[in-house]
Design a protein around this ligand. Structure first.
Ligand code: UT7
Length: 312
């Protein structure tokens, strides 16, 4: 039996910052941001709403959706590059707040690919029978490391959290194939600088992402024994609509078969794929037995993809 997603939840901070709001803060325009990135607005956390607060809310919602109690969780994995502090981990913070008294807990660092890294790590423990239920959370408060004077990066990012509960699902369903990768030689293209701000060479990251996302998506489809014609829905990391479109075109999918949650949320790094998954479930775009491909890339450089047969 495969591990699969049996519950989802998210936390979207209330405050919305539109492109027009950004026009008042820096030399940019709604037109530039929309046409170059696909972003129209993003949600930004309040000063007193830290990463662990968003992770906790998303996790609670996922447990409720899965219909399990916190005590049943065996492991909590939190993917983030913006923890409240280097230690204790966000995972330990929410372990306590949830009352997940039987859970081990750790954070993992794979930037925007962190959610995929989390899913695949959790899959191993479930299929080994080490744990019955694992909580995976992708969460970021990027607003605290964005350089608000750098228009090259400030317009791209948003805050939020997305959580899933993994457990065993019926035969044929669940995470049916995966791929993970890294290339540390590209670390210089996307990193946290000496001022603790996000520093990025946008063009290099763009080229890498266009190359990698489509290829990883095709790899997991093939590993699962399918072809691109079998794919029902694509959820790429919501970083830039032009990168996402290139992945969609490599799979020959029509526009309606790809999430474009980026419009409303911007790039929420480790939360982006999970947030888009919840968004499209709510939009009724995902059905039992659909073949989904989730694919991400990020600083590190890192990348990862999964093919999922949806349903419990
Ligand atoms: O999770 C992973 C995170 N990172 C990414 O996914 C980033 C991948 N890269 C990208 O998404 C794109 O490279 C960007 C959206 C960051 C930039 O788009 P681009 O089409 O590569 O633009 P560019 O950097 O080549 O800049 C084009 C022009 C420049 O002006 P000049 O030199 O042509 O006069 C920039 O200064 O656009 C200018 N520009 C802006 N103008 C208005 C850059 N940022 C802005 C802005 N508003 N916010």
């Amino acid at each position: 039996m495969n591990a699969g997603i049996i519950g989802v939840g998210r936390c979207v901070p209330e405050k919305v910052v539109t492109n027009f709001d950004l026009e008042k803060m820096m030399d940019t325009s709604d037109e530039w941001i929309r046409t170059r990135t696909g972003i129209e607005e993003r949600h930004i956390a309040e000063d007193d709403q830290d990463t662990s607060d968003m992770a906790f809310e998303a996790a609670e919602n996922a447990l409720k959706d899965a219909g399990i109690t916190a005590e049943q969780v065996g492991l909590i994995l939190v993917a983030t590059v913006t923890p409240d502090q280097p230690f204790p981990s966000v995972a330990c913070m929410i372990q306590d707040r949830l009352g997940a008294t039987n859970a081990a807990a750790m954070d993992l660092s794979a930037a925007c690919a962190g959610y995929i890294y989390g899913l695949i790590t959790a899959k191993q423990f479930i299929e080994n029978n080490a744990y019955d239920y694992i909580l995976v959370v992708g969460v970021e408060k990027l607003s605290k490391i964005v350089d608000w004077s750098d228009r090259n990066t400030a317009v791209l990012f948003g805050d939020g959290a997305a959580a899933v509960v993994l457990g065993k699902v019926s035969d044929g369903r669940g995470i049916i194939s995966y791929e993970l990768g890294s290339d540390g030689s590209g670390a210089k293209y996307l990193y946290q600088n000496e001022n603790d701000h996000i520093a990025m060479n946008g063009r290099e990251v763009f080229k890498f992402a266009v190359r990698q996302m489509g290829q990883s998506a095709l790899n997991v489809i093939e590993k699962a024994g399918y072809t691109k014609n079998d794919v029902d829905y694509l959820i790429p990391h919501q970083a830039n609509i032009r990168i996402m479109e290139s992945a969609r075109q490599r799979l020959d999918l029509p526009p309606e078969k790809m999430s474009t949650a980026i419009k409303k949320y911007g790039n929420t790094s480790a939360a982006s794929i999970g947030n888009a998954l919840v968004e499209e479930l709510e939009n009724g775009k995902i059905h039992d037995d659909d073949l989904l491909v989730l694919v991400g890339f990020g600083g590190g450089l890192t990348w990862g993809a999964v093919a999922i047969k949806w349903g419990k």
